[in-house]
Write a protein that binds this ligand. Sequence first.
Ligand code: FES
Length: 165
Amino acid sequence: MTLTKKTPQKLPDDHKQKLEKIAEIIAANEAKESNLIMILHAAQGIYGYLPFVVQSFIADKMRISVSKISGVVTFYSFFSTEPKGKHTIMVCMGTACYVRGGKKLVEGLKKHLNVDVAETTEDGKFTLSQARCIGACGLAPAMMIDNTVYKAVTPNKIESILSKY
Ligand code: FES
């Protein structure tokens, strides 16, 4: 299985409708800056992620600067400026996994998927991410794909695991 590098973001077909919904959320919260995090959460739920075009729309509606919005979005790790793939691969980089090959596993996945950590493959199938500990330390290195835990994963198992998706 060969995957190609991700391409620049393209707006979803229902971009306008999604912005309308976000505008409704902002209005329902009276565009109050004290509700910004909640509004950004809701916007991410509607849009899937918070690209610059969405941040700038929210800034405009709330009459606050885009740099302020952008500062909040980049500060909190639960906000994403990149679209998420259909499946999220989370490689454990906790101590046990790191020591027993977690880094090699990440490198193998990066090479196989042709993406960096926190990026999504061009076909939108996988987002590669890292976690601290996923509770499978006894069989490190471990990774999760969505809700499934894979234990004792070595780089040579990557292809067969990913082919299930
Ligand atoms: S350190 Fe990886 S599962 Fe705990």
